[in-house]
Design a protein around this ligand. Structure first.
Ligand SMILES: Nc1ncnc2c1ncn2[C@@H]1O[C@H](COP(=O)(O)OP(=O)(O)OP(=O)(O)O)[C@@H](O)[C@H]1O
Length: 260
């Protein structure tokens, strides 16, 4: 019998089902369903307090959902701690810096390549050390910090620190990269560089981005999820989002769609 060719969609790299999160009386996330395919470029948009960062925290495992299910790379990780999700291939940045301020740019990237997160020390087999140092230096070049390798993080500008955070998330070679407002506080030139870095990411890396700068978000993303009041209210391509009346109504007067 002849085999029937079937075209199967790749399994989602991330699937949220009925995710809910309450903080006391605040119902921050309400029944969110989300599916992200391997290699996707996804932006999560929405006004302040919409629940975007809480969704990120639920995906990366900072805290568990009040209800619902989180699947990463085909596994149910709903109760798995953050460091174990990181080991599966998830890397993220935070709105507030988590850099080692008293260490150099190279050492920060080296530690990220090593997979060290705050409070977790790991011994390095000596043979691997050179490879990790080389990866750290290559990443510094990619994010435009190769001339500042020996400088302490505390001496970098805000924009350079944000670039370094992206580099640290990337140097861990994640399958899923999640960036929380990477363009916040960047100069125009720094935003252009960031946008280029993100557009140039390896196709195998799946990217989810929270970003208030619509210019950056809609250039990088191929698919957009819009949140409001804890819920997903619109999903679509950047063009559909630009043309969407609800998006305009929510952002009206904020100047956030000035570049659209
Ligand atoms: N750890 C927490 N404890 C209590 N309330 C929280 C906590 N984290 C978030 N919230 C509340 O949950 C709601 C959603 O917040 P969240 O930070 O997820 O929104 P957001 O869309 O990321 O906003 P922004 O764009 O301002 O970062 C807000 O009302 C916020 O005050």
């Amino acid at each position: 019998m002849a085999a029937t060719a079937t075209h199967e969609e790749p399994a989602p790299i991330l699937r949220l089902t009925g995710i809910d999160r309450r903080f006391g009386g605040v119902h921050a996330v309400r029944g969110v369903d989300l599916q992200v395919r391997p290699g996707e470029r996804r932006a999560v948009l929405g006004p302040n307090g919409a629940g975007k960062t809480t969704v990120f925290n639920l995906i990366s495992g900072e805290f568990p959902p009040s209800a619902g299910r989180v699947e990463l790379f085909g596994l149910d990780v709903t109760t798995l701690p953050a460091r174990k999700r990181a080991r599966l291939g998830l890397s993220r940045t935070f709105q507030t810096s988590r850099l080692f301020a008293g260490l150099s740019v190279e050492d920060n990237l080296y530690l990220a390549a090593l997979g060290v997160s705050a409070g977790h020390l790991r011994l390095v087999p000596s043979g691997k050390d050179g490879t990790l140092r080389a990866a750290a230096r290559a990443m510094a070049e990619r994010i435009g910090l190769d001339t500042r390798l020996d400088d302490l993080v505390m001496d970098l500008s805000h924009g350079e620190q944000r670039q370094l955070e992206v580099g640290m998330a990337l140097v861990a070679e994640p399958k899923l990269l999640m960036l929380d407002e990477p363009a916040a506080g960047l100069s125009r030139a720094e935003r252009v560089r960031l946008t280029e870095t993100l557009i140039g990411l390896d196709e195998d890396i799946t990217l989810i981005l929270i970003e208030h700068d619509m210019d950056v978000a809609l250039r990088v993303a191929k698919w957009v999820t819009m949140m409001h009041d804890g819920r997903v209210i619109v999903e679509g391509t950047p063009d559909e989002i630009r043309a969407n009346q609800t998006v305009h109504d929510l952002y009206l007067g904020s100047g956030l769609i000035a570049h659209a």
